[in-house]
Design a protein around this ligand. Sequence first.
Ligand SMILES: [Zn+2]
Length: 480
Amino acid sequence: MSPAGDVSGSDAQGLAPAKVDAIVTGAWVITVNSAREIYRDGAIAIRDGVIVEVGKRAAILAAYRAATLIDEPDAIVIPGMTNGHRHLLCCAKGAMPEGGTTLESLRRFIYPSFAALTEADMHVLARHAAAEMIRFGTTLFEEPGCNHLPAVLEALDEARIRARIGPWTWDGAGAAGRADLPDWLLMDADAALSRLSDGIEVVRKFGRPRLRDAVTIEGVATCSDALNRGAADLALDRDSLFVLHKSTSENEVALELAAFGERPVAHMASIGALHPRVLLNHMTSLDDGDVRAVAESGARVSQNPTSALKLAKGTTQTGKWKALADAGVPMALGTDAENVSNHTDICRVMQLAALLPRDMLRDPNAISAEQALEMATLGGATALWFDDVTGSLEPGKQADIVIFDTGNFDLRPLHNPVANLVYGSTGHSVDTVLIGGEVVLRRGQLTLLDEHALRAEVEQVNQRVLAEIGISPLPRWPVI
Ligand SMILES: [Zn+2]
């Protein structure tokens, strides 16, 4: 960053340049605006955290005088990325026992670790997760149900990241029964709906526009129809977003078929719980009827390919990613809990989102690189009902901006920046991140959070929780 007064000039009519707070420049500014324009040698003018104008670098520098110039003539600049499914309520990345199915892993490791986390732990985990997401270019994420919500909100506010968030909620009265569920936070449907309603109030009273409420139930065959329908109604009534896990495995589909005679998505439609204010997470086991039901309802989807692959969900056989995209369903990309993806890097998810459907359908055009980049940005913001303020680089939107350093092997040679980003990049090439015009990462360094201190804190939490739940996450090979 440098003072920009000396690089701005007056325009052709001799008018004085307008004052702005910052200008960001790049070799390629990928706007994801309605025309999907990419500016070669582009720039973005920012005032009060909002994008004033996007255009060619020379024109922007002539028209505006900026207090701060972030001048990156070799960089690729994109909108802030969205992580459409990222649990904060989790611990000990890489500690989940290998080889479990989705339902086994939930019951053996994930639920017990949730129950062990204190309010102080949640504050640490939320700040650490936000730090990691920002480091890799994520400026907005969906948290599908956390505990100790006020502590988490404080942590996210410190990090300045945007989020959709609500409390972990379930009633143990779904098709899977409650035999394998912990007693932790189990309640009946009425109490669960009160908790969800309270969650909306807690987020709204916290009063930070970057943090929006969600009506979050677990939903992996663990919630009653009364809770599903009530949560869907609540989201609609309060202009919130109903977030739940759905069709996460063939096992879950079989459970609901046996209990209801309908697949999970069809059952949601039958009970009146599918509408535009619903975000369905995972959706790895679908049929054509499910795709039609989602598209007709206006509901949104987040896909989590690394999690789907690691947990062997069959996403390349029972996923319907191209069909959902062709039907115009807003789609976010997510990484899920850190134990199932072992990373929070949306660049790596973009690659899988572009490539897995091609192999599945033996069609190299099944999902384009542009579609994958759109899912990571505008599609994610739309899926989370945040596209009114973020997801693209255009006047009036918040200045949520990611700048990639192209001086790395993963982005060079550079001819097509979209292809390079989707197929070749990782989040380690993210150099600078702005959220609402505020620089939260510069030259790979977090400006508001202490990465090293956070790492030490989170490792302490992990060690204590793993000891409590009796898990020792070592490799299968002998450790001498
Ligand atoms: Zn999840």
